[in-house]
Every structure is written in C-alpha cells, then in structure tokens.
Design a protein around this ligand. Sequence first.
Ligand SMILES: [Ca+2]
Ligand SMILES: [Ca+2]
Length: 270
Amino acid sequence: MASTHCRSAAFTVALCAITAFVWAVASLSPESAAADWNGAIAASNPLNWYRLDELTGTTAFDYGSDGLDGTYGSGDSAPARGTAGPVGTGVTFDGDMDTIYLSGGTLTGDWTSEFIVRKNVAADRSSVLIRGVPFTFPSTALKLEQHEAPEQIGYTQFGQVDYVFTPPVYSPLDEFFHLVFVKDDSAVRAYVNGTLAGTRFDPISLYRYQIGDESGESPFASLDDVVIYDRALSPTEIAEHFAAIPEPSTLAIVCVVLGLGCLRRLSRRS
Ligand SMILES: [Ca+2]
Ligand SMILES: [Ca+2]
C-alpha cells in the first residue's frame, strides 16, 4: 500500500515537472515573442523597420513602408550577426567602425526612432546609434552614450551642441532595453522601457545615413530591432510596443526550477 502511494506521488511530481518544463519552454519560444512584437510594430505603420535577423548576405532588409534596405558594413565595419535578442536575433557592434549603411534622406518633420538595444561595454565616449554622413554639416546623431557625458543617452547637432536629457537618461549595461527617441515641434523625448525618461526642448532632424559609425564612434552594443517612423509615436503606442517585448517570464523560471526540484526528488527515491 505504501509502495503504491509512493509510486503515485512520484508519478504526480514527474507529471508536474514535465508539464512545467513544456509550458516554460513554450512561453519562452522566440516565435511567439517575435509575433507579439511584430504585430505591435506593424500596427504602427513604420517608415523603416530593420529586424537585423539576416545571418548572411550584405542586405539589412527594411520591413517598413519605405523599402530602404540597408547594407551591412564589411571587413572591420561588419557587425557580428545572429545575436540572440528579446524578439529574435540581431547584430553586435564591436565599438570599432561597425556600421549598417542606410543612405536615406533626412526626416525634418516629426519623427520617432525606436531601438531594442543592449550596451555591452561602457564606452565612456560618444557612441552612435544612427547618424548622418560623418564630417558633413548640417547633420545629427542619436547616441547610446553622449560625448563628455559618459553613460548618458543623448543626441547631437554636429558642429553645434551635444545634447543630453533632463533629467539625465542613463543607458543600462548588459541588458536589452527598449529605447525610443520622439521628436515633435518643441522637443526630443527619450522613453526607456515604455516610460518617458527625459526631455530636451531642442528638436532636431533625423539623419539616416548609417546605423552605428564607420569612423570610431560605433557603440559596443547589440541591436535586435531598429524602427523609424515619420511621425511622433504617442506615449500609449510606446508603452504598447514595450509591453509586446517579452522578458524571460519569472513564472516560467519558477516552474523550471520547481520541475528540476521534482526530478531531483524522484532521482533520490529511485
Ligand atoms: Ca531582430
Ligand atoms: Ca569593427
């Protein structure tokens, strides 16, 4: 009788472990993660949308309405491909000349530039996310770290001002986060993980020559997706986009841990 009860308990915990494991793996699947994000972005009708999931070839395809395909830099300027990100794969810039050429025109009206990005090294120098042609004026850049403002996210009107936000907006290290720059008539605003983090009442145009930088200000960073809009996204839209990015589910991790605990108990019984 005792033996039957024991086998029944063992079967139950084994079933628990297997169910938890399968559920956890399913909830973490890249396909379901990408589907939520892709749906949210598509609903906002982006101008340019670089998923950066190409593992080979020279083209960074534009999934936006503009059809402005980019070209991955080569040789010392080639970002590494296949970096695992929250919504798929992306690219990693090594901080030294890595770039993706877009060679697009300038957005002079309202615009939004959205990134899922991870800073891999604190550069303590200017680190460009997107910019105009180097050494030409006028031109601008959006930055993961600002010149002479280490760790602060900012933007630059070349030849004039290196802007930072009020309050200061800092880029976290070693974790993917959602970063959105929004420009309207009066200001540029920075949103971090769906929330307004800083404002600067100095609007700029968005130059779209390259992601990264071919001449020494490329970031030590990984980019999963880059999305550009020729309008100012609303705070609600930005929050919705952030909400569509899955984090590794705490519940799923708990279930995996519980599942492994159950299996350990079973192994001790046998
Ligand atoms: Ca991607
Ligand atoms: Ca390089």
